[in-house]
Design a binder for this molecule. Structure first.
Ligand code: NAP
Length: 290
């Protein structure tokens, strides 16, 4: 069965997470579908944990083309899928599902989102060290992207030290990269940050409405480093403001957001995504929440 509207046959795609009410993915994807004149529409679904399996099976039964997955289900969704592709298989984290005839395939477009956002700085990353703040799904996607860009060694620093150590050990086995995990409240953080040519925030710290928060101050950020914040709302977070003052190159989470959305669009429609349209909608829509 396929989803229908009064305007004819439309294919449903969605977002599963909790909470999803501030997500700008519906605006980005629906603008892209309209621009390309394809019969798809995108809805965000706030799903309770105990309903996750029902929601996923329900989307399949309704004939959806696929869905995105966000916090807190990027890892929990895996057990409901028939197959993991490429990057999702390596990091066991899924943010995009394609529903084929009788099977659901999980992908991770956050990895290519980070890679595309950082590609202009590949030479500064290759052969150098990186610091990733956080140890969740975003951190593992960032690590895989950095490894692909030739990064030498990654230190994960997390509020929960055991989670950072677990992720570092997991990635050492899966992608053969040199990695280390440690707690956030350590005195060594400034020294670690100073030795890194790339710093990525993969925690929600600095996200609206707590926009005054940053895990690093300008004194701890090396000038000439690349600093990316996965937080996209606001597009210029306090971390990026501090990085700018330190003389670093700043990469907004909005770039990653648009690139990962573009990759999901391509997986669902097999069409080239209208990236400029998606980016301009992302900028306009984010502005509404700031
Ligand atoms: P996640 O799997 O829940 O992991 C979050 C990480 O942040 C964990 O290590 C967590 O530590 C840490 N953390 C949470 N609150 C913190 C705080 N107040 N202080 C210090 N550390 C804190 O989430 P995720 O999927 O990795 O996402 C992380 C962030 O990236 C979110 O803001 C998300 O919106 C953003 N993101 C953006 C994009 C994009 O396209 N721009 C894509 C993916 C994710 P504990 O283990 O101690 O809880």
């Amino acid at each position: 069965m396929s989803a229908q509207t009064r305007s004819g046959n439309k294919r449903l795609v969605g977002l599963i997470g909790q909470p999803v009410k501030h997500s700008i993915s519906p605006a980005i994807h629906n603008a892209a579908f309209n621009h390309m004149n394809v019969d798809y529409f995108y809805i965000a679904f706030d799903v309770k944990e105990k309903e996750l399996g029902h929601a996923i099976r329900g989307l399949k039964a309704l004939g959806a083309a696929g869905f995105n997955v966000t916090i807190p289900y990027k890892q929990r969704v895996v057990r409901f899928l028939d197959k993991l592709a490429d990057d999702a298989k390596i990091i066991k984290t899924v943010n995009t599902v394609v529903i084929e005839k009788d099977r659901m395939v999980g992908y991770n477009t956050d990895v290519s989102g980070v890679m595309n956002a950082l590609m202009p700085y590949k030479d500064a990353i290759s052969g150098h060290e990186a610091l990733i703040l956080g140890a969740g799904g975003g951190a593992s996607a960032a690590a895989l992207a950095l490894a692909r860009l030739g990064c030498n060694r990654i230190t994960f620093v997390s509020r929960t030290p055991s989670r950072a150590r677990r992720l570092a050990n997991f990635l050492k086995r899966r992608i053969k990269i040199s990695a280390k995990g440690m707690g956030l409240s350590i005195n060594e953080l400034p020294a670690i940050a100073k030795a890194c040519s790339v710093i990525i925030n993969a925690t929600p710290v600095g996200m609206w409405p707590n926009i005054e928060h940053s895990l690093l101050r300008k004194e701890q950020i090396p000038s000439g480093s690349i600093v990316m914040d996965m937080v996209y709302n606001p597009p210029e977070t306090m971390l990026l403001k501090e990085a700018k003052l330190a003389g670093a190159t700043c990469v907004s989470g909005l770039d990653m957001l648009v690139f990962q959305a573009a990759e999901s669009f391509k997986l669902w429609t097999s069409l080239e995504p209208p990236i400029e349209v998606m980016k301009s909608v992302a900028i306009k829509t984010t502005g509404r929440f700031v």
